[in-house]
Design a protein around this ligand. Structure first.
Ligand code: ACO
Length: 377
């Protein structure tokens, strides 16, 4: 029978069973492999979170040591990937394009048909790709990975060229844990579709990067921060946001397909950002962002009544990553540094219970055309 019911954007459609995360959009709750995101994000190292997603349990101290080593020893990039990043830097490509190109090239030195090895390499090497590219684009040499440092600390060290402050490491680790997985979001769905065809994990994460890049998914934090900077002073927030809404524009960092209350990740990141800004003594930007958020939520309720448009994860992502000294163009690639763990976990889960993901389309085009009737050319 030909199906005829169309669900635009697959909204509300259940397409997979997962043990990885549960998103409750009405209650504003996110559970990651059994843990409330607030607890996991604040306490776990990123390596513990990755192990948890891949194994559905936390590691023993000995397993954690081995896992950290397994990731640390896979961080270096093949020289051809560094050459590719160099060429991308010459062309001044956006960092997400450089990440997508480099991720696709990782198969250069990885064994085919070994999903675990590909997953380890993808998680281990994404930070090296992003940090190397950030430096090459500034005309600087990449900083080699330091196997003595943890995943988050090493990423910051490769970006900045010096050992990071422990408060910054904790801030980044909280961020990476917060965004590590989030149900069947667009990029994760993309990854699952790709492996469901029997394709490999590197192909899946490369496709997922493409999906994450779009401003309706992971590409929002840069514009969200721009908005806060353009507003500049608390009293300008309302006229500025009103003008945007009057012009029919979307406010970046607000609204979500699933959450109809405040995204719980926004709170985790707002608190982490407040801690970091308190340490650095620059609370003015944080206070301005809080004011912009409150004004935006109030105006969204006025202009889009009944839509329940609330703050999403991207708003405070922007603030936190800015506080860590990252350029806006690195916000979405850094999201990928965290989310790649979720993508790979979903790929491994899909492979264990695979059925090719292949929905249908309702044909609404012409019928009855005949080749013989075409206009003479
Ligand atoms: N600002 C203004 N209006 C909005 C916003 C927004 N941020 N978000 C939704 N709306 C409006 C739409 O214009 C629409 O109004 P209408 O019915 O009068 O035409 C209504 O709310 C419903 O919007 P949809 O696009 O149908 O909602 P959907 O669930 O498809 O979109 C999305 C969710 C894409 C996140 C949307 O809220 C949006 O564009 N937000 C801004 C971009 C953003 O912050 N993206 C990051 C999301 S989090 C993540 O992916 C990691």
């Amino acid at each position: 029978m030909t199906p005829t019911t169309l669900t635009p954007g697959l909204e509300g459609v259940v397409a997979a069973e997962t043990r990885l995360s549960r998103v409750d959009g009405q209650a504003g709750e996110l559970i990651i492999a059994g843990f409330p995101v607030e607890e996991l994000a604040a306490h776990a190292s990123f390596e513990e979170t990755v192990f948890l997603l891949w194994n559905d349990r936390l590691p023993s101290p000995q397993e954690l040591t081995h896992f950290r080593q397994a990731l640390a020893q896979r961080r270096a990039l093949p020289s051809a990937v560094l050459d590719l990043l160099e060429a991308a830097a010459q062309a001044q490509l956006p960092a997400m394009d450089a990440l997508r190109m480099a991720a696709g090239a990782l198969s250069l030195d990885l064994p085919e048909g070994n999903p675990q090895e590909q997953a380890l390499a993808a998680v281990a090497r994404f930070p090296t790709i992003v940090a190397s590219y950030a430096r090459l684009r500034q005309g600087l040499s990449p900083v080699p990975p330091d196997p003595a440092l943890g995943h988050a600390a090493n990423y910051l060290a490769m970006l900045g060229g010096e050992p990071p402050h422990p408060a910054q490491v904790r801030g980044l680790e909280t961020y990476l844990n917060t965004v590590v997985d989030h149900g069947l979001n667009a990029s994760t769905f993309t990854a699952r579709v790709i492996v469901s065809t029997g394709s490999d994990i590197l192909s899946a994460v490369t496709g997922a990067i493409g999906a994450l890049k779009g401003p309706l998914h992971g590409g929002a934090p840069g514009p969200a921060l721009d908005m806060v900077f353009q507003i500049g002073r608390a009293e300008r927030a309302e006229p500025f946001l009103r003008a945007k809404l009057e012009a029919g524009e979307r406010l970046m960092g607000f609204g979500h397909r699933v959450y109809k209350v405040r995204d719980p990740r926004a709170e985790v990141l707002a608190e982490a950002a407040a801690r970091m800004f308190q340490e650095s003594g620059d609370m003015a930007l944080y206070r301005l962002a809080r004011h912009v958020e409150q004004t935006a939520v109030r105006l969204l309720a006025e202009y889009k009544p009944g839509r329940n448009l609330q703050t999403n994860v991207e708003f405070y992502t922007a603030l936190l990553l800015h506080g860590l000294g990252l350029e806006p163009d690195l916000f979405t690639p850094t999201f990928a540094v965290g989310r790649v763990a979720g993508w790979t976990a979903h790929c491994l889960e899909q492979q264990r219970q695979n059925r090719i993901i292949r929905p249908r389309a309702v044909y609404v085009g012409a019928v009855g055309r005949r080749w013989a009737d075409r206009a003479p050319g």
